[in-house]
Design a protein around this ligand. Structure first.
Ligand SMILES: *[C@@H]1O[C@H](CO)[C@@H](O)[C@H](O)[C@H]1NC(C)=O
Ligand SMILES: *[C@@H]1O[C@H](CO)[C@@H](O)[C@H](O)[C@H]1NC(C)=O
Ligand SMILES: *[C@@H]1O[C@H](CO)[C@@H](O)[C@H](O)[C@H]1NC(C)=O
Ligand SMILES: *[C@@H]1O[C@H](CO)[C@@H](O)[C@H](O)[C@H]1NC(C)=O
Ligand SMILES: *[C@@H]1O[C@H](CO)[C@@H](O)[C@H](O)[C@H]1NC(C)=O
Ligand SMILES: [Zn+2]
Length: 415
């Protein structure tokens, strides 16, 4: 059951719901495919103190797969060589990846963290906080996916996101003079970054600029929702650190790409949510998006992701997974693996795709001790099956053998 449902999907905010219809992914023809777990059982949520040796693993270090070695865990972190260990695990010559990071999602319950954990997603970035008590309760769940969060999204009166989320007037923003108080409100409530929604009737250019300036003055980052060219351009001009989604209605021109590159912005294209939802004309209509045939929109999306990547702009993996709303639902966990496949379809090399879901989000969101397998890092690890090699076949990230989160094994290997 969801205690609270948070969550902006790409286009809508979910409303509180007492039912838990579960999640599904839309298949090729829009048919709902039920969400399943990669693994079923969590071992135990206790503070880890043991030393563990994972022997005979090939560590992917962010650049290459290394010769077989042993990785040691002490408590919640990766350690140097331990002379005595409490537990030794044979990695069977499998590839060991850093825990995966979903840089754009909307988990609505601890159950969603369980699902993410089961798919090796050890960190999730929640891209809208609809309720600060709820967001605070999601943090620090020992043995489960770590939760970091945006604040309550900054949106304009009469915008699609405002219309769909019962936002009180004093939480809407339409002029630059409101920016300092809005930014105080977001960070006064412990948010990790500011989220702005750039859309029809959203904050205008001057207001977006003021929001970004005020957040940057506090040393905080900004992510901006923008799925159409006009609004993506506004996000770029505002100097938002990370425009979210990618235009589906037209190509990014060189001026925009040059500016993104020179301003050191990154992109989190969330191809998954477009692929998942654009197959369904009814969903597109309900979401108030332009009615562009799927093949056409998908081709523009792939072209834009390829252009961003070719420019040298960092690409981060995000899914826009969300709790159900009005018949829409984007599944957690498996969707990050699908996003990796979509990035591959856009032409990214597999090494950079793995970086998009590990070290790049850690670096660009300023998440310490994550995204790589090195001494002192959190022991967030994904051990693949012996025959899996995602450098050769990106979908092999799905062949998960075992998962550790902060030094605790999530996976029950009764299979
Ligand atoms: C749609 O796809 C699902 C699973 O991907 C399949 O079971 C079903 O038969 C398909 N339906 C049609 C009408 O093609
Ligand atoms: C939001 O609702 C207002 C008032 O009904 C309407 O004028 C506006 O067009 C709506 N916005 C969108 C994006 O549909
Ligand atoms: C935090 O949010 C609450 C409710 O949304 C608001 O009333 C309060 O002023 C905020 N706190 C700060 C320090 O801004
Ligand atoms: C690039 O696209 C943006 C957004 O549509 C537009 O404002 C700008 O004029 C375009 N620049 C060029 C050189 O076409
Ligand atoms: C990779 O996975 C996706 C999503 O399940 C699937 O559509 C695709 O066919 C797979 N690709 C390969 C090469 O197996
Ligand atoms: Zn979203």
């Amino acid at each position: 059951m969801h205690r609270y449902v948070s969550a902006a999907s790409l286009f809508l905010y979910a409303l509180p719901s007492s039912a838990c219809p579960g999640h599904y992914r839309r298949g090729e023809n829009g048919t709902a495919i039920p969400q399943t777990y990669q693994v079923q059982t969590r071992i135990k949520p206790a503070t880890p103190t043991a030393t563990v040796a994972i022997t005979n693993v090939r560590v992917w270090d962010g650049y290459k797969v290394n010769e077989p070695s042993t990785v040691y865990i002490a408590g919640d972190s990766i350690s140097g060589v331990q002379s005595t260990v409490d537990q030794s695990i044979d990695g069977r010559n499998g590839i060991l990846l850093p825990g995966l990071i979903d840089a754009h999602a909307h988990p609505g319950s601890v159950q969603d963290l369980e699902t993410l954990s089961s798919y090796g997603v050890t960190t999730v970035l929640n891209q809208n906080c609809q309720n600060y008590e709820y967001c605070s309760s999601m943090r620090g769940q020992t043995g489960l996916t770590s939760f970091f969060t945006a604040g309550f999204s900054a949106k304009g009166p009469g915008s699609s996101h405002a219309n769909n989320s019962d936002t009180p007037l004093d939480k809407l923003i339409w002029e630059p003079s409101q920016a300092p108080a809005y930014v105080q409100y977001v960070f006064g409530n412990g948010s990790d970054w500011l989220k702005v929604v750039s859309e029809q009737n959203g904050p205008d250019q001057a207001t977006q600029n003021a929001l970004v300036e005020n957040a940057h003055a506090l040393g905080k980052k900004v992510n901006t929702h923008c799925s159409l060219v006009e609004f993506y351009n506004m996000a770029i001009l505002s100097k938002s650190d990370g425009p979210q989604h990618i235009p589906m209605d037209g190509v990014l021109n060189d001026t925009m790409l040059d500016l993104m590159y020179s301003q050191k912005q990154y992109a989190t294209p969330t191809m998954n949510v477009f692929y998942d939802q654009l197959h369904d004309p009814a969903a597109v209509a309900a979401l108030g998006q332009p009615a562009i045939p799927f093949e056409e929109a998908w081709s523009v999306i792939k072209q834009n992701v390829a252009a961003v990547y070719a420019k040298g702009i960092p690409v981060l993996a995000g899914t826009d997974s969300t709790t159900p709303y009005a018949g829409l639902s984007v599944s957690f966990g498996n969707s990050l693996h699908y996003e990796l496949w979509h990035l591959y379809q856009a032409g990214l090399p597999t090494e950079d795709i793995l970086r998009a879901a590990t070290i790049l989000p850690a670096l660009h969101h300023g998440l310490p001790h994550r995204g790589a397998i090195e001494e002192g890092m959190l022991a967030d690890l994904v051990l693949l099956e012996p025959d899996a090699d995602p450098i050769q076949a990106i979908n092999d990230t799905m062949k998960i053998s075992r998962v550790w989160i902060g030094g605790l094994e999530y996976m029950n290997v009764a299979k």
